[in-house]
Design a protein. Structure first.
Length: 239
Protein backbone atom coordinates (compact mmCIF):
# COMPACT_ATOMS: atom_id res chain seq x y z
CA UNK A 1 0.00 0.00 0.00
CA UNK A 2 2.83 2.38 0.89
CA UNK A 3 4.57 1.71 -2.43
CA UNK A 4 1.33 2.34 -4.30
CA UNK A 5 0.83 5.62 -2.46
CA UNK A 6 4.39 6.75 -3.22
CA UNK A 7 3.96 5.81 -6.88
CA UNK A 8 0.77 7.86 -7.12
CA UNK A 9 2.45 10.78 -5.35
CA UNK A 10 5.37 10.61 -7.76
CA UNK A 11 3.09 10.62 -10.81
CA UNK A 12 1.13 13.53 -9.37
CA UNK A 13 4.33 15.50 -8.84
CA UNK A 14 5.40 14.88 -12.43
CA UNK A 15 2.02 16.06 -13.68
CA UNK A 16 2.21 19.15 -11.49
CA UNK A 17 5.67 20.07 -12.74
CA UNK A 18 4.67 19.46 -16.35
CA UNK A 19 1.75 21.83 -16.00
CA UNK A 20 3.42 24.40 -13.78
CA UNK A 21 6.88 24.86 -15.31
CA UNK A 22 7.39 26.48 -18.69
CA UNK A 23 9.04 24.32 -21.37
CA UNK A 24 12.14 25.18 -23.33
CA UNK A 25 10.44 24.04 -26.52
CA UNK A 26 6.70 24.90 -26.70
CA UNK A 27 4.41 22.69 -28.76
CA UNK A 28 3.19 25.46 -31.04
CA UNK A 29 3.48 29.18 -31.69
CA UNK A 30 1.03 31.85 -32.84
CA UNK A 31 1.46 35.54 -33.66
CA UNK A 32 -1.36 38.01 -33.10
CA UNK A 33 -1.07 41.79 -33.49
CA UNK A 34 2.70 41.73 -33.06
CA UNK A 35 2.66 39.54 -29.95
CA UNK A 36 4.09 36.01 -29.99
CA UNK A 37 2.20 33.35 -28.05
CA UNK A 38 3.40 29.85 -27.23
CA UNK A 39 1.31 26.81 -26.29
CA UNK A 40 2.14 23.92 -24.01
CA UNK A 41 0.50 21.86 -21.24
CA UNK A 42 -2.95 23.06 -22.21
CA UNK A 43 -2.29 26.79 -22.01
CA UNK A 44 -1.22 29.74 -24.11
CA UNK A 45 1.25 32.26 -22.74
CA UNK A 46 2.97 35.43 -23.98
CA UNK A 47 6.40 34.47 -25.29
CA UNK A 48 7.73 37.54 -27.09
CA UNK A 49 7.18 40.23 -29.70
CA UNK A 50 7.56 40.33 -33.47
CA UNK A 51 9.14 43.76 -33.81
CA UNK A 52 10.40 46.76 -31.89
CA UNK A 53 7.66 49.03 -30.52
CA UNK A 54 7.77 52.00 -28.17
CA UNK A 55 4.94 50.71 -25.99
CA UNK A 56 2.83 47.56 -25.78
CA UNK A 57 -0.35 46.83 -23.83
CA UNK A 58 -0.76 43.11 -23.26
CA UNK A 59 -4.34 41.83 -23.16
CA UNK A 60 -5.32 38.63 -21.42
CA UNK A 61 -8.08 37.78 -23.90
CA UNK A 62 -7.04 37.21 -27.50
CA UNK A 63 -8.26 35.35 -30.58
CA UNK A 64 -5.82 32.64 -31.66
CA UNK A 65 -6.65 30.50 -34.68
CA UNK A 66 -10.17 31.90 -34.63
CA UNK A 67 -10.82 30.93 -31.00
CA UNK A 68 -11.02 33.27 -28.03
CA UNK A 69 -8.32 32.35 -25.54
CA UNK A 70 -7.61 33.57 -22.00
CA UNK A 71 -3.89 34.12 -21.47
CA UNK A 72 -2.75 34.39 -17.84
CA UNK A 73 1.02 33.86 -18.03
CA UNK A 74 4.01 35.73 -19.43
CA UNK A 75 7.23 33.85 -20.12
CA UNK A 76 9.50 35.91 -22.36
CA UNK A 77 13.01 34.60 -22.81
CA UNK A 78 15.58 34.44 -25.59
CA UNK A 79 14.85 31.55 -27.91
CA UNK A 80 16.94 30.12 -30.67
CA UNK A 81 16.00 30.58 -34.33
CA UNK A 82 14.00 27.36 -34.36
CA UNK A 83 11.25 29.16 -32.44
CA UNK A 84 11.02 31.98 -35.00
CA UNK A 85 10.92 34.60 -32.23
CA UNK A 86 12.74 37.90 -32.53
CA UNK A 87 14.52 39.59 -29.64
CA UNK A 88 12.26 42.66 -29.94
CA UNK A 89 11.76 44.63 -26.75
CA UNK A 90 9.37 47.53 -26.06
CA UNK A 91 10.40 50.58 -24.06
CA UNK A 92 7.12 50.55 -22.11
CA UNK A 93 5.14 47.42 -21.23
CA UNK A 94 1.67 47.43 -19.69
CA UNK A 95 0.50 44.10 -18.25
CA UNK A 96 -3.25 44.53 -18.05
CA UNK A 97 -5.92 42.98 -15.84
CA UNK A 98 -6.33 39.22 -16.22
CA UNK A 99 -2.68 38.17 -16.18
CA UNK A 100 -1.55 36.24 -13.11
CA UNK A 101 2.08 35.26 -13.59
CA UNK A 102 5.21 36.95 -14.94
CA UNK A 103 7.31 33.80 -15.03
CA UNK A 104 10.17 35.40 -16.97
CA UNK A 105 10.75 38.81 -18.53
CA UNK A 106 13.75 39.00 -20.83
CA UNK A 107 13.41 42.48 -22.34
CA UNK A 108 16.75 44.33 -22.60
CA UNK A 109 15.25 47.64 -23.84
CA UNK A 110 12.39 47.88 -21.35
CA UNK A 111 12.36 51.11 -19.31
CA UNK A 112 8.90 51.21 -17.71
CA UNK A 113 6.81 48.29 -16.47
CA UNK A 114 3.16 48.54 -15.39
CA UNK A 115 1.73 45.57 -13.45
CA UNK A 116 -2.04 45.15 -13.02
CA UNK A 117 -3.91 44.14 -9.88
CA UNK A 118 -4.32 40.50 -10.93
CA UNK A 119 -0.62 39.58 -11.21
CA UNK A 120 0.32 37.59 -8.11
CA UNK A 121 3.73 36.09 -8.97
CA UNK A 122 6.94 37.27 -10.66
CA UNK A 123 8.60 33.89 -11.09
CA UNK A 124 7.79 30.39 -12.26
CA UNK A 125 6.08 28.24 -9.64
CA UNK A 126 9.02 25.83 -9.97
CA UNK A 127 11.45 28.42 -8.60
CA UNK A 128 11.86 30.31 -5.33
CA UNK A 129 10.57 33.79 -4.55
CA UNK A 130 12.21 36.42 -6.76
CA UNK A 131 11.55 38.58 -9.82
CA UNK A 132 12.73 36.70 -12.90
CA UNK A 133 13.50 39.82 -14.92
CA UNK A 134 16.37 40.43 -17.32
CA UNK A 135 15.74 44.16 -17.80
CA UNK A 136 19.09 46.01 -17.71
CA UNK A 137 17.54 49.32 -18.82
CA UNK A 138 14.52 49.30 -16.52
CA UNK A 139 13.95 52.64 -14.76
CA UNK A 140 10.71 52.12 -12.86
CA UNK A 141 8.06 49.55 -11.92
CA UNK A 142 4.48 50.62 -11.23
CA UNK A 143 2.01 48.23 -9.58
CA UNK A 144 -1.75 48.76 -9.39
CA UNK A 145 -2.58 49.77 -5.80
CA UNK A 146 -5.38 47.18 -5.74
CA UNK A 147 -2.90 44.33 -6.24
CA UNK A 148 -3.07 42.07 -3.17
CA UNK A 149 0.32 40.35 -3.60
CA UNK A 150 2.70 42.99 -4.96
CA UNK A 151 3.44 46.68 -4.56
CA UNK A 152 5.89 49.28 -5.81
CA UNK A 153 7.49 51.98 -3.70
CA UNK A 154 9.36 54.72 -5.53
CA UNK A 155 9.51 52.42 -8.57
CA UNK A 156 10.92 49.44 -6.63
CA UNK A 157 9.09 46.10 -6.57
CA UNK A 158 8.17 44.43 -3.26
CA UNK A 159 5.74 41.84 -2.01
CA UNK A 160 2.61 43.50 -0.64
CA UNK A 161 3.73 43.18 2.98
CA UNK A 162 7.14 44.65 2.14
CA UNK A 163 8.95 41.59 3.48
CA UNK A 164 10.60 40.70 0.15
CA UNK A 165 12.49 43.16 -2.01
CA UNK A 166 11.94 41.63 -5.44
CA UNK A 167 13.50 44.04 -7.94
CA UNK A 168 15.40 47.31 -7.90
CA UNK A 169 15.27 48.78 -11.45
CA UNK A 170 18.73 48.61 -12.98
CA UNK A 171 18.71 52.11 -14.47
CA UNK A 172 16.98 53.91 -11.62
CA UNK A 173 18.67 57.31 -11.28
CA UNK A 174 19.59 57.29 -7.59
CA UNK A 175 23.10 56.31 -6.53
CA UNK A 176 22.35 55.32 -2.91
CA UNK A 177 19.58 53.25 -1.38
CA UNK A 178 18.62 52.42 2.20
CA UNK A 179 16.83 49.09 2.53
CA UNK A 180 13.65 49.56 4.61
CA UNK A 181 13.63 48.08 8.10
CA UNK A 182 10.62 45.86 7.37
CA UNK A 183 12.41 44.01 4.53
CA UNK A 184 13.16 40.47 5.67
CA UNK A 185 14.75 39.13 2.49
CA UNK A 186 16.48 40.53 -0.58
CA UNK A 187 15.56 38.17 -3.37
CA UNK A 188 17.90 36.61 -5.89
CA UNK A 189 19.03 39.13 -8.52
CA UNK A 190 17.19 42.06 -6.93
CA UNK A 191 20.11 44.46 -7.51
CA UNK A 192 21.59 42.86 -10.62
CA UNK A 193 23.12 45.34 -13.11
CA UNK A 194 21.89 48.33 -11.08
CA UNK A 195 23.41 51.83 -11.20
CA UNK A 196 23.62 52.15 -7.42
CA UNK A 197 26.98 52.92 -5.88
CA UNK A 198 25.98 52.10 -2.31
CA UNK A 199 23.24 50.09 -0.63
CA UNK A 200 22.80 50.36 3.12
CA UNK A 201 21.10 47.59 5.05
CA UNK A 202 20.25 47.28 8.76
CA UNK A 203 22.80 45.36 10.80
CA UNK A 204 20.24 42.94 12.21
CA UNK A 205 18.91 41.88 8.82
CA UNK A 206 19.67 38.47 7.40
CA UNK A 207 18.52 36.74 4.24
CA UNK A 208 20.56 38.58 1.63
CA UNK A 209 20.83 35.99 -1.09
CA UNK A 210 24.12 34.16 -1.53
CA UNK A 211 25.06 33.33 -5.09
CA UNK A 212 28.51 32.53 -6.37
CA UNK A 213 28.36 34.35 -9.68
CA UNK A 214 28.49 37.67 -7.80
CA UNK A 215 30.72 36.41 -4.97
CA UNK A 216 28.16 37.53 -2.43
CA UNK A 217 28.12 36.14 1.08
CA UNK A 218 25.20 36.00 3.48
CA UNK A 219 25.08 38.86 5.96
CA UNK A 220 25.52 36.40 8.81
CA UNK A 221 29.12 36.06 7.66
CA UNK A 222 31.29 38.16 10.01
CA UNK A 223 33.41 39.54 7.19
CA UNK A 224 30.32 40.72 5.34
CA UNK A 225 28.89 42.32 8.46
CA UNK A 226 32.09 44.21 9.21
CA UNK A 227 33.31 45.05 5.71
CA UNK A 228 30.29 44.93 3.44
CA UNK A 229 30.38 43.26 0.05
CA UNK A 230 29.97 44.04 -3.64
CA UNK A 231 27.53 43.07 -6.37
CA UNK A 232 29.10 44.27 -9.58
CA UNK A 233 29.76 47.99 -9.06
CA UNK A 234 27.47 48.25 -6.03
CA UNK A 235 28.82 48.29 -2.48
CA UNK A 236 26.64 46.82 0.31
CA UNK A 237 27.33 48.33 3.72
CA UNK A 238 25.84 47.68 7.16
CA UNK A 239 24.26 50.82 8.60
Amino acid sequence: MKKLFLAILFLFSLTFVAKACFPEFPRKIAKVDGVCYAYDAGRWYVAGFEQEQDSIVLKSEVFIDGKKETVEDIYIRKYNNAHDFSSASPRVLVISKGFKTIAMLDLPKLEKLYISKTVDRTHDVCTSMYACFYTPNLKTIIVDKQNKELKSENGILFTKDGAYLLKYPAKKAEKEYLIPNNVKSICYGAFENCNLKTVYYPNQKKGIESYEQFRVYDTSDKAAESMGFDIGKTKFIVK
